[in-house]
Design a protein around this ligand. Structure first.
Ligand SMILES: [Zn+2]
Length: 657
């Protein structure tokens, strides 16, 4: 973190201009023409005043490049030439790590070899390349996806790899080579197939999918790499490496069935397209998409198998909180054939005009399949209710109920009842699952938090304070601002001891604020301020240091945005003024002390007045004994507020007396 320069890093992705103490540019996270995206070199943070996105340099990489926390750190380490020492690795782990490296190396080697054969081998050109060309793929797109060809010989690749020093073990583990147990004979798994390499998000080759070209009956049309230390088919999406930026930009992901569909969609200019490779969609794959967008449109051809597969996917997608739409291609066309027949403009036009709502679509398909059978129709009602129950957005859910009740010819009340029954059933399931998983309450520290980990369910709002009747006040924010920006600054305080001798002590701004509020048992009305205050007090109790990094690398966007907003000074300060400011350095400390006292007093006064106000309300309904008690309290707090007001040079009108 110390080595990385935030302006330099963000400048690689966003064009930044210097303004005052900050750099500004157009926000990469939302569309804008006038810059409201601020980067502060000094504070190491960015903050967009348009959409609120904010954080430190690691958070920027995670958001912009969709890296996980460790991936972002590795990126920075590479950029700033820092060796990462994986500490406390056991021998076994080290061995495993080098084995993984071996698998990566041989996969990359294989990809290069197959791609080379496609263009530079006679058979490669005659069989492999002409196949791709016949599918309408251009050389440019073939190279972009790293496509290749594995020769129709028993062990051409295996021999070549062994000659280049790769071990049998590694070749077997990646599944590139199959070794017969009884005879020890080695042969190529993908012989005679065109090769589709499968990349990780960061562009490393993890495995392959190979399509057979001969019409051999027993052979499977597609063969995929078996799962290994680097390849796990349920956690990989074909085309994601090439599609990720386009998905984020379009805020939408098209999900298709086959590798060739992905490639021809890309070639037609629809680059936000991926496919699940050789599996039905998994939760892990959905979470991969969710890193980039919550919006998924499923494209599939209208045959029975396609519809079935798509319907299976819906519950999974909804359960992950995705917004799902569906596009059905006409008469057995798929994205590939459609693009080839009508061209890319027509394809894009078709996609833009044929999106359907998945819940309605599912209901229609099921409705058609049950026809007028009353018993199966009743089952359909339950099934539809279960799907709607997975929709988390209330408005959306209501809309589905309205539309589906129309389709199913039942009243909205009946369907609403079924849906709430389904919701309760889901909830019971969740509760059982929760009570089984231990230790759900422990809060992970920032470096334990992986973006892939399941987000903890949002905490219930803190119990409302009796006095929290007023909207958040400016003084609360200002107090938090002091805590964040100057929490560790030491301030000298003078006081008189019992004998009347003047004594000096040093306290940090955080110590002063926190101990003062604790003494008076005061809390913030604004939940965000209260949350930051509580965390700061915890930090102070633990070690005495206010660690702002904790807030800036939080997974909570609102928290990051709030804290960074209080840190970035958006006023454009002219250089001459800065120079003037430097002349009066001692003055700044003096100002800070004054500012701190004023803010604390203002905050307290406002809180006291809120208390008085609330007690006054209670007075109206109180009986006689209570009234007496309340009046005493009101007088006490009013006096206190007035004293503070006088200290601030403001006299409060005795409204409550
Ligand atoms: Zn923005």
């Amino acid at each position: 973190m110390d080595a990385s320069k935030i302006v330099e890093v963000i400048g690689q992705f966003v064009s930044l201009k210097k303004r005052g103490a900050n750099h500004i540019g157009c926000c990469p996270f939302h569309n804008e023409k006038t810059p409201s995206f601020y980067v502060s070199e000094g504070k190491g943070i960015f903050k967009c005043f348009g959409c609120g996105e904010a954080g430190d340099v690691v958070k920027f990489l995670m958001k912009h490049e969709h890296y996980t926390y460790p991936e972002a750190l590795r990126w920075l380490a590479e950029k700033y030439h820092i060796d990462i020492h994986e500490e406390e690795m056991t021998d076994e782990q080290r061995e495993r790590q080098s084995e993984r490296d071996g698998l990566f190396h041989v996969s990359e080697f294989a990809q290069k070899y197959f791609a080379d054969l496609l263009y530079n081998d006679e058979m490669g050109r005659a069989v492999g390349l002409s196949y791709f060309h016949s599918r309408g793929l251009s050389d440019e797109i073939i190279k972009r996806f790293g496509l290749g060809y594995c020769l129709e010989e028993w062990s051409n690749f295996t021999d070549h790899a062994l000659k280049n020093g790769y071990s049998e073990t590694v070749l077997e583990k990646t599944g590139l080579t199959i070794i017969k147990e009884d005879t020890g004979k080695k042969y190529d798994r993908f012989r005679g197939r065109v090769m589709f390499p499968i990349y990780s998000i960061s562009g490393r080759v993890l495995g392959f999918s190979g399509r057979i070209l001969s019409s051999e009956k027993q052979a499977a049309k597609y063969v995929n790499s078996p799962d290994s230390d680097i390849y796990n088919k349920s956690r990989i999406l074909y085309g994601l490496y090439q599609a990720r930026q386009a998905i984020a930009k379009a805020d939408k992901c098209y999900l298709v069935e086959g590798n060739v569909d992905v490639i021809s969609m890309h070639q037609s200019g629809v680059e936000n397209t991926v496919a699940s490779c050789g599996t039905s969609l998994t939760t892990e794959q959905i979470r991969l998409i969710k890193r980039y967008t919550p919006n998924v449109t499923v494209l599939y051809d209208g045959d029975k198998a396609g519809i079935k597969a798509a319907l299976r996917a819906i519950d999974l997608l909804f359960a992950e909180g995705m917004h799902v739409r569906v596009t059905l291609f006409p008469d057995g066309e798929d994205p590939d054939s459609y693009a080839q027949k009508y061209g890319s403009n027509a394809l894009q036009e078709f996609l833009n005009t044929h999106e359907d709502n998945f819940v309605l679509y599912k209901t229609r398909v099921l409705l058609e399949s049950v026809k007028d059978d009353p018993i199966r129709r009743a089952g359909l009602l339950t099934e539809t209710a279960h799907t709607i129950a997975l929709v988390t957005d209330l408005m959306e859910r209501q809309e589905y109920i309205r539309q589906c009740s129309y389709l199913l010819k039942v009243s909205e009340d009946v369907l609403t009842h079924e849906v709430s029954k389904a919701i309760n059933q889901n909830r019971e399931k969740t509760y059982t699952a929760k009570s089984e998983s231990p230790d759900t309450n422990s809060q992970p520290t920032p470096d334990q938090v992986s973006p892939e980990s399941v987000p903890t369910p949002s905490q219930d709002a803190p119990s409302t304070d009796n006095f929290a009747l007023q909207p958040p006040v400016e003084s609360e924010r200002h107090l938090i601002q002091l805590l964040i920006n100057h929490g560790d600054t030491m301030i000298v305080q003078t006081f008189k001891d019992e004998d009347g001798n003047e004594k000096k002590t040093e306290y940090s701004v955080a110590q002063i604020i926190i101990s003062d509020l604790r003494n008076d048992k005061l809390a913030f009305t604004d939940p965000m301020c209260q949350r930051i205050y509580e965390q700061c007090s915890l930090m102070l109790d633990m070690g005495g240091h206010i660690d702002i990094q904790r807030f800036l690398s939080s997974d909570d966007t609102q928290l990051r945005s709030f804290v960074a907003g209080l840190m970035v000074d958006t006023y454009s300060v002219s250089d001459s003024w800065m120079k003037m400011k430097q002349i009066h350095v001692p003055k700044i400390e003096e100002n800070l002390k004054q500012d701190l006292t004023d803010t604390l007093y203002t905050f307290k006064r406002q809180r006291l007045m809120q208390m008085v106000h609330s007690l006054n309300d209670q007075l109206r309904t109180a009986d006689e004994t209570q009234q007496l008690q309340l009046l005493t309290e009101i007088k006490y707090y009013s006096d206190l507020a007035r004293t503070i007001g006088q200290a601030l040079g403001q006299v409060i009108s005795p409204r409550f007396n």
